[in-house]
Design a protein around this ligand. Structure first.
Ligand SMILES: O=C(O)CCC(=O)C(=O)O
Ligand SMILES: [Fe+2]
Length: 310
């Protein structure tokens, strides 16, 4: 099935180019394509965005090495999600429930945040520097997308969205590991790799390996595959952005299912998500002045949503 996700070529405005050198017309054209995708599908695929594939591969290799460590070792790096200052580190298998109508998710994650956090420097010395560098590349790319959104929405200050997401702010990088179903044979009825959910923040950058299983819900309620494509990063709208834009941009529910084919079930899956989240004290208040949603700070909104996930 052809993908429902529009693809936008970011070559002319990618992170290797100086934004000042890119003509207004190019920026406006890209902005229009992104707004079109975000106000219909809620997802866009970007190609030629400027983060080398090698950097993603290197991060996935380091993360895989971490996930393969014994549970007792990984436990030293556990997060405490309900403590605002302890959200960086390891989330164990079946710790998160993204859809409360299903059993817990068959996934492990490692979260990289802008706080002091524990790192497995002895066991996987390359993980921290590789992840830190990838974090910065993702932040730079997210700034490009936020600028295009600001332009496409016709904001008086197109840079406003970009400026409310500082490099040392609330964004979070997350490596996700979905173990092979062979190594985890007792899957419970209705259990999947990642339950149906929408993301909490402004936007999310999502890099997947080639295993597949990600699906998104179309407007008529049907889930369709978001098949991995070489060199494409998915970007999707989160709930805070939907709120900010009074529902002009839509955050679309998505999930990760267990593949049906035996060969695919036996493969572990990895993905990397970069959650783009406004700075803690940023007030999310309808940009069109409509007051459709009550203003709320980014941190209050995030705490409310995270509290419901664990
Ligand atoms: O692993 C994936 O492809 C999706 C993960 C996801 O949706 C999330 O972490 O919010
Ligand atoms: Fe998600």
């Amino acid at each position: 099935m052809a993908s429902v996700i529009p693809i936008v070529d970011l070559e002319q405005f990618n992170i290797c180019k100086e934004p000042e050198d890119v003509g207004d017309d190019v920026q406006r054209q890209l902005a229009a394509q992104i707004i079109d995708a975000f106000s219909t599908v809620g997802f866009v695929g970007l190609k030629n965005y400027g983060i080398p594939q090698d950097k993603l591969n290197a991060l996935m290799t380091e993360a895989r090495t971490f996930f393969k460590l014994p549970v007792i070792t990984k436990k030293k790096y556990s997060i405490r999600p309900t403590h605002e200052d302890e959200r960086g580190g390891w989330v164990c298998l079946e710790q998160e429930i993204l859809n409360p109508d299903r059993p817990a998710d068959l996934k492990e994650t490692f979260n990289v945040v802008n706080q002091s956090q524990l790192w497995p420097d002895d066991e996987v010395p390359g993980y921290r520097p590789t992840a830190d560098e990838f974090y910065r590349l993702c932040w730079t790319l997210s700034q490009r997308v936020l600028l295009l959104i600001g332009l496409g929405l016709g904001l008086d200050q197109p840079c406003y969205l970009k400026k409310t997401h500082s490099i040392d702010g609330a964004c979070a990088l997350r490596c996700l590991f979905y173990p092979s179903i062979k190594s985890h044979p007792d899957v419970r009825p209705n259990q999947i790799r990642c339950g149906e959910h929408s993301d909490y923040g402004s936007i999310t950058l999502l890099f997947q390996d080639d295993v597949g299983g990600l699906q998104l819900r179309t407007r008529d309620g049907e889930f369709v595959p978001a098949t991995p494509m070489d060199g494409v990063v998915l970007v999707n709208v989160g709930d805070m952005m939907q709120r900010w834009t009074s529902d002009k941009l839509v955050s679309t529910k998505h999930r990760v299912v267990i593949p049906e084919a035996q060969a695919a079930r036996e493969k572990a899956r990895m993905s990397v998500a970069y959650f783009v989240i406004p700075d803690d004290d940023c007030l999310i208040e309808c940009l069109d002045g409509s007051n459709k949603y009550e203003p709320i700070t980014s941190l209050d909104y995030l705490n409310m949503r995270i509290g419901a996930t664990y």
